[in-house]
Design a protein around this ligand. Structure first.
Ligand SMILES: Nc1ncnc2c1ncn2[C@@H]1O[C@H](COP(=O)(O)OP(=O)(O)OP(=O)(O)O)[C@@H](O)[C@H]1O
Length: 558
């Protein structure tokens, strides 16, 4: 089932089962009412015209019942069409909205997230393009295909009752036409649609490179080459579009030929029936116009068929991501201490394990500084604790944690929304309190809109020190027993660093802290210092030990 489009149909059904059914039902009623309306109107106009030829028939001709029928069918068709639009779009939008959340969660899985971040164009595509493509599956494929099948079957039964076995022919012909359309469109669209998706992804990436790196391209004198690469991708996109257009034109031709053949066959059949005096003029109009009505779903089906390949590809990719288990924070319920036992861990692209038989135990409430040269394994240790990296063997027990790192990771949204990420239920009083703790309250109060002030991408609108303080406020909002601090004051000026460290110290009592650092001012918060080297603990000192102060003094001063 992994990655199979059927998984998506199952998700569609779970998310909006009855709405999908209602959509199909109303779409079927709309099409049937449309075909009947066309036929009855044709019959009525013809029959009225013929009846009007002589005064005798004109007087006895009943215009009321067929007129009422036309009105009833018109009302039914309009109402059903309205219901269909409501039901199908509501169903699709709610399913896609639900899928978007699940896809975000799935993409947050460490391995997948990291793999995709190396190809941001693809990541963007998955989140936007693939999901939007999925509405085609239901709206443009399933609905027209089912409606065509229903119309064909109903027409087969009705026309067979009316004119014997010959009445089966239009329905069978329609089914054949629809099937050929799906096969041809699906096969052609799969290849051309795949090429189009790849070209569009390449074009987006090339354009991003061109714009974001324009200064570097220019300095290197290679702007022309970068533009040429974008043009190449654009050329591939155009050729793929041409192929898709040709495919759609071919299918339109096929639809036109099929419609002509069906109508011509209908005219020949009617001529035969008229000659045998089984059909009169009004019945001919009824029959031919019903045939026209039956072909109505072929247009949407044709457009859906061209999209079939693209939709199936998107369904497979989204299905692949969704079939992975949703990542959970690596938290062991009931644990208060941090315990790593006999860990063996190798980075994906590394040849040898970084940690081999690594064990570490931090009792609840202890404040530990992890120091060591660059590449010693400090960040990898934090990644193991947060679950971002998984050990090959060994066990890890971690209480609920909050992480504060060097990257402020702020989003293009309001100050409030950036804070609420940490605790969606926090009220304004609490938000102001953490802003005050982080030394940012006055700044935010002076911003237009206060908590609702909009930040730009990455927190633009705030200075880099203010961004770090906002990240600190968000961190403080999480009331977790374990704090993981990864070089939190690296690269910031003394006054901001002092604020951050003071606030951390003020709220540190009763919590376990593991801080990774090269800086004396940060390690001074700890009551235990561990030095790592090549993935091993080479020094483990507690405050009071004379070597503790010596270890502190080896660290970078402020
Ligand atoms: N994603 C990765 N793939 C392969 N090797 C990695 C990866 N991340 C880190 N490493 C390697 O693992 C080792 C430990 O890296 P880590 O980032 O944990 O060190 P660190 O002590 O945090 O260094 P720094 O102080 O420079 O941040 C290094 O040799 C590094 O090259």
């Amino acid at each position: 089932m992994r990655g199979h489009p059927l998984l998506l149909f199952r998700l569609f059904r779970q998310a909006a089962g009855w709405k999908l059914g209602l959509g199909l039902l109303t779409a079927g009623i709309t099409a049937l009412a449309g075909a009947a309306l066309l036929g009855l109107s044709g019959w009525f106009i013809t029959a009225t015209g013929i009846a009007g030829l002589s005064a005798g028939t004109a007087l006895v001709f009943d215009v009321f019942r067929p007129g009422a029928g036309v009105r009833a069918l018109a009302l039914l068709r309009t109402g059903a069409r309205y219901g269909e639009r409501l039901a199908t779009h509501d169903a699709t939008l709610s399913v896609i909205a639900g899928l978007r959340v699940r896809l975000f969660q799935a993409l947050a899985r460490p391995g997948l997230g990291r793999a995709l971040v190396q190809r941001p164009g693809r990541l963007l595509f998955r989140i936007s393009g693939d999901l939007d493509t999925l509405d085609t599956l239901y709206l443009r494929l399933l609905i027209p295909a089912c409606v065509l099948a229903v119309l064909a079957l109903v027409s087969m039964v009705a026309l067979a009752l009316l004119m014997g076995w010959a009445g089966l022919l239009p329905g069978l012909f329609l089914l054949l036409v629809g099937l050929v359309m799906l096969v041809l469109g699906g096969r052609g669209g799969l290849v051309a649609g795949g090429k189009r998706a790849a070209a569009l992804e390449a074009l987006r990436l090339r354009l991003l490179d061109l714009v974001a790196g324009r200064v570097e391209w220019r300095l290197a004198g290679r702007q022309e080459q970068a533009a040429y690469l974008a043009l190449l991708a654009e050329g591939r996109l155009r050729r793929a579009d041409d192929r898709l257009n040709r495919l759609e034109s071919g299918l339109t031709l096929w639809q036109g030929l099929a419609a002509t053949a069906l109508l011509s066959g209908g005219v020949i059949l009617c001529a035969e029936l008229v000659e045998r005096q089984l059909f009169g003029g009004p019945a001919v109009a009824l029959f031919l116009l019903i045939l026209l009505g039956l072909m109505e779903p072929l247009g949407p089906l044709r457009r859906g068929a061209v999209e079939l390949g693209r939709s199936l590809r998107a369904a497979r990719r989204v299905g692949d991501a969704l079939s992975q288990p949703v990542p959970q924070q690596a938290v062991s319920p009931g644990t208060r201490d941090v315990i790593l036992s006999a860990i063996r861990f190798r980075h994906d692209s590394a040849s040898a394990p970084l940690f081999d038989g690594f064990s570490l135990s931090i009792p609840a409430g202890q404040h530990v500084a992890v120091i060591g040269d660059s590449g010693a394994g400090k960040s990898s240790l934090v990644a193991l604790l947060t679950g971002e990296a998984r050990p090959d063997t060994g066990s890890i027990a971690v209480p609920p944690w909050a992480l504060l790192g060097q990257d402020a990771a702020l989003f293009q949204d309001s100050v409030r929304a950036n804070l609420l990420l940490a605790d969606p239920d926090a009220d304004d009083t609490r938000l102001w309190a953490v802003l005050e703790q982080a030394g940012l309250e006055r700044v935010v109060r002076e911003m237009p809109g206060g908590l609702d002030a909009a930040l730009g991408e990455g927190g633009t609108g705030l200075s880099s020190g203010q961004r770090r303080r906002l990240a600190l406020a968000r961190f403080l909002l999480q009331d977790k027993p374990l704090w993981l601090l990864d070089e939190v004051t690296e690269g910031i000026d003394l006054s901001v660093a002092a604020t951050i460290l003071t606030k951390i110290k003020a709220s540190a009592a009763g919590r376990t802290i593991l801080l990774v650092t090269h800086l004396r001012r940060e390690a001074a918060l700890a009551d235990r210092i561990i030095r790592l080297s090549h993935g091993r603990v080479v020094m483990d000192l507690t405050r009071g030990d004379p070597a503790f102060d010596v270890a502190l003094s080896t660290l970078r001063p402020d």
